[in-house]
Design a protein around this ligand. Structure first.
Ligand SMILES: Nc1ncnc2c1ncn2[C@@H]1O[C@H](COP(=O)(O)OP(=O)(O)O)[C@@H](O)[C@H]1O
Ligand SMILES: [Mg+2]
Length: 308
């Protein structure tokens, strides 16, 4: 699938800003960005829920503006906000959504059962989702999105707010769907998931793609940086500004009691960094250099933390 110059405005605010992406068949493509980056807005335009203000979207070579039915039949969307009916059983939910794609009779029944089996909810067919855990609801939502066997499956933050067991189940089903021939677009603000799962990744920020490639290509952007984590006893009063003034330091972020410092690799500033903590009366608990990962890439490119 392909997105060209896709743009969405809400009033004067540009949520998606001339975004362009090419996703090859058979990929698990990751859209990584913090809250408000424009991921869901992009997906809602692909699914036809929102109208774009500019640009084009192509599914299997066809422009969705002129081939909306074709697009609908070939896409399965697992939305960020659950779309299931609490007063229908799990099976009725899947049947309902699969029915919207024109499936009827035996085919509809078999596909609905298969989809429920795929997400591990066969024994809950007759149960009502209002009694389900968050993870089970999410899995039901996946069943609703895949029963019509779409070629492209788009999942919008499918692991937010669910238990670890359901999370693993979902990550494994993404892999399985991909092995079965589906192309996947996987949206998340969890760097670890995207890094582990995706063949290629686009980092989005303020509605724009700011970097794109394999994990290796993305971390290659920052070979000239190092990341130092300083764990302190407490860090209520860190003078971030003067820490940033140390030669070579690019960004400073604080997560609980760990201060993450991204710095130019070739500048030896460890003494000054340690001196900073001593001068400010901060007790260092540990200090380590981290191997650069996608979080480092994100921090370096945006100056912000992925989870902010
Ligand atoms: N219907 C809307 N009206 C106004 N602003 C919106 C609307 N939907 C989303 N936005 C804004 O657009 C930006 C992108 O949102 P969203 O696509 O949901 O981001 P993400 O999914 O990456 O967290 C945010 O700043 C959000 O507040
Ligand atoms: Mg979102």
């Amino acid at each position: 699938m392909e997105i060209k110059n896709l743009t969405k405005k809400f009033g004067d605010f540009i949520a998606v800003d001339h975004m362009s992406l090419t996703i090859q068949e058979g990929e698990i493509f990751g859209l990584l960005g913090s809250n408000g980056a424009g991921k869901s807005t992009t997906i809602n335009m692909i699914s036809g829920l929102l109208k774009n203000n500019g640009g084009e979207i192509y599914i299997l070579g066809k422009n969705i503006a002129t081939h909306s039915k074709f697009a609908k039949m070939n896409i399965g969307i697992v939305p960020q906000d659950l779309a299931i009916y609490e007063d229908m059983t799990a099976y009725e939910n899947v049947r309902f959504f699969a029915g919207l794609y024109g499936l009827r009779g035996t085919e509809l029944r078999v596909r609905a059962e298969e989809a429920l089996e795929f997400v591990g909810l066969s024994d809950k067919q007759k149960s009502y989702p209002k009694n389900f855990s968050g993870g089970m609801k999410r899995r039901l939502n996946i069943a609703c999105a895949i029963a019509h066997r779409p070629k492209l499956i788009i999942m919008d933050e499918p692991t937010v707010g669910i238990d670890p067991q359901s999370r693993n189940y979902i990550l494994n089903s993404v892999r399985k769907l991909n092995e079965m021939g589906c192309t996947i677009i996987y949206t998340s603000h969890y760097m670890e998931e995207v890094e582990e799962l995706c063949t290629r990744i686009a980092i989005v920020d303020h509605g724009k793609v700011i970097a794109e490639g394999t994990k290796e290509q993305l971390t290659a952007i920052i070979t000239d940086t190092k990341e130092i984590w300083v764990e302190v006893k407490t860090c209520e009063h860190i003078d971030e500004k003067s820490l940033k003034e140390i030669k070579g330091v690019n960004t400073v972020t604080i997560e609980e009691n760990i201060i993450k410092i991204i710095s130019q690799a070739e500048i030896n500033n460890l003494n000054q960094i340690i001196q900073f903590f001593i001068n400010h009366g901060l007790e260092i608990r540990s200090l380590q250099e981290q191997a650069p990962n996608l979080e480092t890439v994100f921090l370096t490119l945006t100056g912000r933390n992925l989870r902010d």
